[in-house]
Design a protein around this ligand. Sequence first.
Ligand code: IMP
Ligand code: MG
Length: 186
Amino acid sequence: MKSDFILNESFGEFAGKKLTIMISEETIKARLKELGQQISKDYADKVPIIIGVLNGSFIFFADLFRELSIDAEVDFIKISSYHNKIESSGTVRLIKDISCDISGRDVLVIEDIIDTGLSMKFLKRRLEECNTTSVKFATLLTKDYTKPADKIDYIGFTIPDKFVVGYGLDINQKLRNLKSIYALNN
Ligand code: IMP
Ligand code: MG
């Protein structure tokens, strides 16, 4: 496991900041097993469409998907709310829409992290427009102050209010390949 490290000059304004390990690879793996079992149980008699929210969720998506013991279809949607910074822009834009027919289907959205809940609200509205049977959300992370308008159905970990990277989460589009989750310190 890569230990704590300092960001180099290629990170611009973040250069010199320290990243400290918050959730290890092993802890993530164990939690995903539990989530996979829970989701498989809840959708036992259904064939849900699992929709990954790009880019951040792709690693969580792939690992969680392999913990499912049920039949499920996949698709992806891409939105943007952060403009290469560490604060939400307050607006959500649809960059790539889903390409399958989700009417009459049970949809499970996979997010990397739910912070303000703005993206979740946007996605819920977009997907429910399609006459879905159900729309639920699974997220790897939420921050402890997060108060989305609707409840989050599956949560991997609730973390303190820190910017985090690794395991799919980025800073300036980098560090998604770290196997554990790290917190950016001031
Ligand atoms: P929300 O709309 O504020 O809930 O933000 C959700 C999106 O912002 C997530 O899907 C991430 O892409 C991004 N985001 C929020 N917090 C973090 C973070 O700590 N690290 C990396 N990305 C984050
Ligand atoms: Mg995201």
